[in-house]
Ligand binder design. Structure first.
Ligand code: NAI
Length: 246
C-alpha cells in the first residue's frame, strides 16, 4: 500500500519549484492530485510528468488571492474526485524590498497572495474536507522568514509570519473534525523564487549545511504531514532549512 492511497489532494502553485515536486511525489504515493497555478503553461508540464508515471491528476488555472477562483477549484475537485483529504497551500510571491522601498500596493499584493490566499484555501478546503472525508490534512507553506527576521523583504516576512499563526489557530479550531493543520518552513531551496544556484544566495553564510535545499527535500516533509503517519501532529512547524534557524 502506498502512503497516500485513496487520498485526494489539492496543491497550489504546482507549476514550478516546490509545489511541482510535491504534486509529483504525492501522485507517486497514490494520491489523486488537483494541481493549480496562475501559470497554465507550466502546469501542463506537471500534469504530463504525473501521467507519464501513471498517476491521476487534473489541472486548474487558479489565482489563490481570488475567492471565486477558490470556489471553482473546490467545486471541480468535488465533481471530479468526490472528496478532499489534503490541501497544500504552497503558492506565494516574494519581494526583497525593505521597509523604505516597499510601496502600499506591493505590501498589499504580497499579503493578498501569501496571506489571504492561504486563508481562503483553509476556509474553503476545510469545508470540503468536513463534508466529504473523515478528517484530513492542511499544509501551509510558511518559511524561515516566518520564524526569524532578515534585513529587507518586510512584506514577505509579514505574510509568512501570518501564515505561521493562522496555521496554529486553524489547527485548534479544526481538531474536533480530525483535520490537522501544520506549517512547513523551508530555508533556502533551489527554485526560481530563491534564485539560489551554483552555491550563491544572500543567506549562504548563515546556513550551517554546506548545500542549499532542493524542492524534493520539502516535498518529503509535506508527504509525511499529508499521510496518516502524522495523524497526531497538528499546529506544528516543520522546519526544513539546513540549520538556518537553529
Ligand atoms: P516558485 O516561484 O518556484 O513557485 C511558486 C508558484 O506559485 C509559481 O508556479 C507561481 O506561478 C505560483 N503563483 C504565484 N502567484 C500565484 C497566485 N496568485 N495564484 C496561484 N499561483 C501563484 O516558488 P517556490 O520556491 O517553489 O516556493 C514555494 C513555496 O515555498 C512558497 O510559499 C514560498 O514562499 C515557500 N518558500 C520557498 C523558499 C525557497 O527558498 N524557494 C524558502 C521558504 C519558503
Amino acid at each position: 500500500m502506498t502512503r497516500l492511497e485513496n487520498k485526494v489532494a489539492i496543491i497550489t502553485g504546482a507549476a514550478n519549484g516546490i509545489g511541482k515536486e510535491e504534486a509529483i511525489l504525492f501522485a507517486k504515493n497514490g494520491a489523486k492530485v488537483v494541481v493549480t497555478d496562475i501559470d497554465e503553461e507550466k502546469l501542463t508540464e506537471t500534469i504530463e510528468l504525473i501521467k507519464k508515471d501513471s498517476g491521476q491528476a487534473i489541472s486548474i488555472k487558479h489565482d489563490v488571492s481570488l475567492e471565486d477562483d477558490w470556489k471553482k477549484v473546490i467545486s471541480i475537485t468535488e465533481n471530479e474526485f468526490g472528496k478532499l483529504d489534503i490541501l497544500v497551500n504552497n503558492a506565494a510571491i516574494l519581494s526583497r524590498n525593505g521597509l523604505a522601498d516597499t510601496s502600499l500596493e506591493e505590501f498589499e499584493k504580497i499579503q493578498s497572495v501569501n496571506n489571504l490566499g492561504t486563508f481562503l484555501g483553509m476556509k474553503f478546503g476545510a469545508d470540503l474536507i468536513k463534508k466529504t472525508a473523515h478528517g484530513g490534512s492542511i499544509i501551509n507553506t510558511s518559511s524561515g522568514s516566518g520564524l526569524v527576521g532578515s534585513p529587507g523583504s518586510t512584506a514577505y516576512h509579514a505574510s509568512k509570519g501570518a501564515v505561521r499563526l493562522m496555521t496554529k489557530s486553524a489547527a485548534m479550531e479544526l481538531a474536533k473534525y480530525f483535520i490537522r493543520v501544520n506549517s512547513i518552513h523551508p530555508g533556502v531551496i533551489e527554485t526560481a523564487m530563491s534564485g539560489a544556484k551554483n552555491g550563491d544566495h544572500p543567506l549562504k553564510d548563515k546556513i550551517p549545511w554546506p548545500e542549499f535545499g532542493k524542492p524534493i527535500d520539502v516535498a518529503y516533509g509535506a508527504l509525511y504531514l499529508a499521510s496518516d503517519e502524522s495523524r497526531y501532529v497538528t499546529g506544528s512547524e516543520l522546519v526544513i532549512d539546513g540549520g538556518y534557524t537553529a
